[in-house]
Design a protein around this ligand. Structure first.
Ligand code: SOE
Length: 390
C-alpha cells in the first residue's frame, strides 16, 4: 500500500499547470513508487482564479496565503511554481517548516538569495529539487548515459542555444518576466539557466565565464494601462514602463575539466518558439540534442568503419533500453514535453521513499546561480570572471 503524502502547490499559471498534470499522472504510470501524492491545496492570491484553477487541475482545497499553506501540519511536500522573487522566501519558509520541496528554476533571482536558501537547508533531512525538467527528457538522460559509457571520449566542446521569440513585438506588454525586481533577469535566468544546468550535468563544473547582454526594446506598454484603455485605443496602451532585464545574453565558459563552452539565450530569434539545442564534441564522437525533436538523439561515433561514418539518429523510444520509457508506450510510440515533469516528480518521490539523493538539489541549483551571476558580473566589467564557490 502506497503511503499518502500531501502536496501544496504555490502558483497555478503555466508551470503550476504542468506540475499539476505530473502529480495527477505519476502514479498511473509509475504505480510502484510507494508514495501516492495527494493534491491537497493549490495556492494563489486571487481567490476566484485559484478556485477555478483548482477545480480544473484537480486540487482538493485552495489557500490565498502562502505562509498559511506552508505552515499547515498536514502538508508534506511544497512545490514552488511562482515568479522568481518569491522562490527564496517560500523555500526558506518551507525548509523551516520541515517540508520536502520542489522549486521551479532558476532556484532564486540572485546568488545571495541562493546562499540564504542553502543556509536554511543546512541540517535538513528533507529532499530538495530544483526543477530543471530538461534533464528528464529521455534523450538527454540517454546522452548522460552514453557519456558515462565513454562513447564520445574526452569532451572538448559544449555548444548550446536556447532561443525564443515571444516578446519581439514592441507592443508586447511589460509582464513580470521583463522586470528585474520580479524575475531577477531576462532570458539569462529563464533560459541560460536551463542550458547551464544541462552543461554542468553532462560536461561538468564551470570555472570561469565571459558574457554580454543586450536589451533591444527599452520600454513597453504597462499591462494595467492596456486593460484600462481597452476600447478607447483598441487595446494599445500609451503609458509605457522601463524594461529592466536583458532581451539576450550570450556567454563563453571554461569548464574545470578543460572543455570549452558557448551559451546563447534570447527572446529575439524570429521563428524560434522554444529552440533548446546542444551539441557536445568529444575525442571519439559527438552528441546533438534538439528539444523540437525531443524523441531523437544524434550520435556520431569514430568506432563506425570510415565508409559508414556519419551522424545517426537514435529514436529514443525503446522499453528496457532507454531511460524512463518502460512506463509509457510500446517501442517507438513517442512522448512529449509534459512527460518531463512526470519524470521529475517520479524521481523526487522515489528519492523520498528510498531516502536517496535527487538531482539537481538546491545545492546544484545554487551552483547554477553562481554561474549565472558570474556571467552578469562579467557583462558589466567586460572581463573573464571566476565562478564563485557555493
Ligand atoms: C518561458 O520562457 C519558458 O516557459 C521558461 O520559463 C521555461 O522554463 C521553458 O521550459 C520554456 O519557456
Amino acid at each position: 500500500m502506497a503511503r499518502k503524502m500531501n502536496v501544496a502547490l504555490l502558483g497555478y499559471q503555466f508551470m503550476g499547470k504542468a506540475h499539476s498534470n505530473a502529480f495527477r499522472q505519476v502514479n498511473r504510470f509509475y504505480p510502484d513508487l510507494g508514495i501516492e501524492p495527494v493534491m491537497k491545496v493549490l495556492v494563489g492570491r486571487n481567490k476566484d482564479a485559484v478556485t477555478s484553477a483548482a477545480a480544473e487541475f484537480g486540487w482538493e482545497d485552495v489557500e490565498t496565503n502562502w505562509r498559511r499553506a506552508i505552515a499547515r501540519d498536514d502538508i508534506d511536500i511544497v512545490d514552488i511554481c511562482t515568479p522568481g522573487k518569491l522562490h527564496a522566501p517560500m523555500a526558506i519558509a518551507a525548509l523551516k517548516a520541515g517540508k520536502h520541496i520542489i522549486c521551479e528554476k532558476p532556484l532564486t533571482n540572485n546568488l545571495k538569495e541562493a546562499r540564504d536558501v542553502l543556509r536554511a537547508a543546512r541540517g535538513s533531512r528533507k529532499k530538495t529539487l530544483t526543477a530543471f525538467n530538461y534533464r528528464r527528457v529521455p534523450a538527454v538522460a540517454l546522452a548522460k548515459q552514453m557519456i558515462a559509457e565513454e562513447r564520445i571520449g574526452k569532451i572538448y566542446h559544449w555548444r548550446a542555444v536556447y532561443l525564443q521569440d515571444w516578446i519581439m513585438d514592441p507592443n508586447f506588454p511589460l509582464v513580470w518576466r521583463l522586470k528585474k525586481s520580479e524575475a531577477g533577469s531576462g532570458p539569462h535566468g529563464d533560459l541560460n539557466a536551463h542550458i547551464t544546468d544541462l552543461a554542468m550535468h553532462l560536461v561538468g563544473d564551470i570555472d570561469s565565464v565571459v558574457g554580454m547582454t543586450e536589451a533591444f526594446i527599452k520600454e513597453r506598454p504597462i499591462p494595467e494601462a492596456i486593460d484600462a484603455s481597452l476600447g478607447a485605443s483598441g487595446g494599445r496602451s500609451k503609458r509605457k514602463g522601463k524594461v529592466t532585464v536583458e532581451d539576450a545574453c550570450l556567454f563563453m565558459a571554461r569548464f574545470k575539466n578543460g572543455a570549452l563552452g558557448s551559451f546563447e539565450a534570447t527572446r529575439f530569434a524570429k521563428g524560434r518558439r522554444n529552440h533548446n539545442r546542444f551539441e557536445i564534441n568529444g575525442s571519439k564522437g559527438s552528441i546533438v540534442f534538439n528539444l523540437e525533436k525531443m524523441n531523437e538523439l544524434q550520435y556520431f561515433s569514430d568506432d563506425d568503419p570510415a565508409h559508414a561514418q556519419g551522424f545517426r539518429e537514435i529514436i529514443v523510444g525503446e522499453n528496457g533500453a532507454h531511460p524512463y520509457l518502460d512506463a509509457w508506450w510500446p517501442p517507438g510510440h513517442i512522448i512529449g514535453w509534459e512527460h518531463t515533469f512526470t519524470h521529475e516528480i517520479k524521481d523526487f518521490l522515489e528519492a523520498i521513499e528510498k531516502n536517496r539523493k535527487v538531482s539537481p538539489d538546491f545545492h546544484e541549483g545554487a551552483k547554477v546561480q553562481a554561474v549565472l551571476e558570474a556571467v552578469m558580473d562579467s557583462a558589466k566589467t567586460k572581463r573573464w570572471t571566476k565562478v564563485a564557490k557555493v
